[in-house]
Write a protein of this length. Sequence first.
Length: 300
Amino acid sequence: MAKRVVSVSLGASRRDSVVQVELLGEEVVLERRGTDGDFQKALRLIAELDGKVDAIGLGGIDLYLWAGGRRYTIRDAKRLKEAARKTPVVDGSGLKHTLERRAVAQLAGLIDWKSTKVLLPSAVDRFGLAEALHEAGAKVLYGDFIFALGLPIPLYSLSFLQKLAFVLLPVLTQLPFQLLYPTGEKQEKRAVDWRSRYYTWADLVAGDWHYIKRHMPDEMRGKTVLTNTTTEEDVAFLRERGVRRLITTTPRLNGRSFGTNVMEALLVALAGRELGEEEYLRYIDLLGLRPQVLDLQEEA
């Protein structure tokens, strides 16, 4: 019998999908179920799936935020995790931390990081990626103040961002998650405004797809986007704006790349238990997970 993995997402239900894959000799059904920002519906769905599926992913919300080796738990996400008593619940942060760091090193042959300007709209939910870009020598604009808090304060220092995170994350993680991140239909709304000018500065935009898309200007000619959780519709959106390359850190299955929460839940389902960082690395190697590069203008 095929293993079953379900991602319960606070995102829009119109992005739902189901795909069956064979990995390491096992058949696995991967399913995404959006709740359109309805937190109570997500709680009920997780409780309903508990004990009936092999692993559950949390989509549209982070369970943990990381900064400089410290882990902070988001209060609302903890409630979702605790709605399941039998089935493992993961948010993708373990895999994200590992896979995205490695992706930067693997892309060094394609991208000269030392001469690349990178916009990372939200670094606190991608701290491993932020560290890897810094270590690779990229000039990075950390956009947490700009995109999460609406303050025109670009940050270029990772150490300063880390110090701020140590102060702010204990407070921010206790707030209702909707204040920190777009959920449901809000994920689909675009706001081309003063924040959009920071895209013009960058050669490459990296991180969470919904943060990236929300303020993306219509003119993105020649730029690269490094993200995941993109559908065929998202690919068309990027192509229309002249984006040169789309790089996803998770593989494309049936025309879309699933989020790290789905892929982490998949690995947990295959292993039959929750995993540590070294074990994630082993499975990444076993499955041959590498960044997927789409040349959007060549395929146009």
